[in-house]
Design a protein around this ligand. Structure first.
Ligand SMILES: NC(=O)c1ccc[n+]([C@@H]2O[C@H](COP(=O)([O-])OP(=O)(O)OC[C@H]3O[C@@H](n4cnc5c(N)ncnc54)[C@H](O)[C@@H]3O)[C@@H](O)[C@H]2O)c1
Length: 250
């Protein structure tokens, strides 16, 4: 019960890694704010937890993030933990063929959005005397892969932003870390597999993508996020932890 009497906000909490982490926070005693652009999904996840509050938030819009955090503070009166995790997928294309508009859409949510949540979330945490934030980066920030440059650009930015925020707020009792998962079976990965002519073959390929056979589950990621967000990680700040079965060290 590491999050007893604590309030955790999860962006992208309606699905995938966000929903799994929201469940983990709740299982360890947290009151959880499920913040997502998907109102129906946020309500569904919140209803499945003992004490949770759905907030409709577009993390790509500063005013929406500010209002969502005001809403969370009005509901619970404090904010101790943030999982800064929402993102969109970009086109998978060689860099010179990318649409500028698509680049800007991905950058807005996956890059600027992470900053907006830090900006307004840290303001709320400062009023409560501290807290812990975990940002979602990716192995794409640490080891290049072709045709995903908008993802790589924003996820690498998150590694740097995590370091900056960690040292700016260490003396205020706010820790900031990031996780960098390899491929995890969540809806954006599952959907393309379902429409592939040979899904079984694709699953086998994914199972040997990392040196460690198989794939991490959303619950595996949630366990690492919960550790970083908890007092067990009291002396860890500014770091990006790969959850990758050895992928980036290969
Ligand atoms: N699944 C993977 O293989 C993988 C690997 C590395 C990193 N990641 C990262 O993990 C995080 C979660 O991804 P996931 O796989 O769980 O995806 P997902 O699609 O299951 O969840 C993403 C959630 O973000 C929400 N969202 C999208 N745009 C939003 C916006 N503007 N404002 C608020 N919410 C918004 C979606 O509605 C969704 O609920 C992302 O940051 C992703 O880049 C995923």
């Amino acid at each position: 019960m590491r999050f007893q009497d604590r309030v955790a906000l999860v962006t992208g909490g309606a699905s995938g890694l966000g929903a799994a982490t929201a469940r983990r926070f709740a299982a360890e005693g947290a009151q959880v704010v499920i913040a997502d652009i998907d109102a129906e999904g946020a309500h569904r996840v919140a209803e499945s937890l003992p004490d949770a509050h759905p907030v409709v938030m577009d993390t790509g819009e500063a005013s929406s993030v500010e209002q969502g955090i005001i809403d969370a503070m009005q509901r619970y009166g404090r904010l101790d933990v943030i999982f800064n995790n929402a993102s969109v997928d970009g086109q998978q294309q060689p860099l010179h063929e990318l649409d500028v508009a698509d680049w800007e859409r991905v950058r807005r949510v996956n890059g600027d959005g992470v900053f907006f949540v830090l900006k307004y979330g840290i303001r709320a945490m400062l009023r409560g005397g501290g807290g812990s934030i975990v940002n979602t980066s990716s192995t794409t920030a640490l080891a290049a892969r072709e045709n995903i440059s908008p993802d790589t650009f924003t996820k690498a930015g998150i590694v740097g932003l995590t370091r900056s925020a960690a040292i700016e707020y260490a003396a205020c009792g706010i820790r900031v870390n990031a996780v960098a998962p390899t491929v995890v079976m969540t809806p954006p990965v599952e959907h393309p597999i379902g429409s592939d002519p040979d899904p079984a073959q694709l699953r086998r390929q994914l199972g040997s993508f990392n040196p460690k056979p198989g794939m991490p589950t959303p619950d595996d990621v949630a366990g690492v996020v919960a550790f970083l967000a908890s007092d067990d990680a009291a002396w860890i700040t500014g770091h990006t932890i790969p959850i990758d079965g050895g992928y980036v060290t290969r």
